[in-house]
Design a protein around this ligand. Structure first.
Ligand code: IMP
Length: 189
């Protein structure tokens, strides 16, 4: 059996765990969720991820990642962006589709920041996925705004894709691949 090193992830979102796990497996790491203080933070993705990872490391003392992501819609001047979690909980997918009613420019992107807290500090990794907001929700896989986001280069929404296919395009997979490269260059942690 191949023994893998472990990186902990402070999140209760198992979709994020599975998506990142599937990438980090390629560089020999397993990803395990860990309990950390639940921080209700919103705002600048980099600052939120950095702060949450610092807190998680101070509690666990183990290499730990925190991922923070958001959906930025061009015609809405980047809304909901860093407030995506709150907007998803309040107006949700239907609310976003209402705001987009009649708008022709459907361009949007997802942005992901992974903060890795380790013994020598915190390192950030980022990923962006351009795409568009479809007119009607499609698909039942994934989470959050997946049913209304179609990445550039595909005719499917994220919610119509298995994790492996979403990972070809996604913001989170790009950030996780950057983390993999860093782990390889830095001989692990
Ligand atoms: P979080 O703060 O990183 O958990 O993410 C903020 C919100 O953005 C989540 O509640 C989701 O609604 C949305 N979101 C983030 N990443 C994704 C994704 O990969 N697919 C769909 N929605 C996402």
């Amino acid at each position: 059996m191949v023994s893998r090193r472990v990186i902990y992830i402070a999140t209760s979102n198992m979709h994020k765990v599975e998506e990142i796990r599937s990438i980090l497996r390629e560089c020999g790491y397993n990803v395990e969720p860990i309990d950390a203080p639940k921080l209700e933070l919103q705002g600048d993705l980099q600052k939120v991820a950095l702060y949450a990872a610092t807190v998680a490391y101070s509690v666990t003392g183990k290499p730990v990642i925190v991922e923070d992501a958001g959906l930025f819609i061009k015609a809405l001047n980047g809304f909901p962006g860093p407030y995506s979690a709150y907007v998803y909980k309040t107006i949700g997918i239907d609310g976003i589709l209402k705001l987009m009613h009649g708008i022709k420019d459907r361009r949007a992107y997802f942005y992901s920041v992974i903060a890795l807290a380790h013994s020598s500090g915190v390192t950030l990794f980022e990923g962006k996925c351009n795409g568009s907001i479809v007119n009607e929700p499609r698909g039942s896989k994934g989470f959050g705004f997946d049913p209304i986001f179609m990445p550039e280069g595909s005719t499917k929404t994220f919610a119509e894709m298995e994790i492996e296919e979403k990972n070809i395009y996604s913001h989170r997979a790009q950030a996780a691949r950057a983390l993999c490269r860093w782990l390889e260059e830095n001989c692990g942690i």
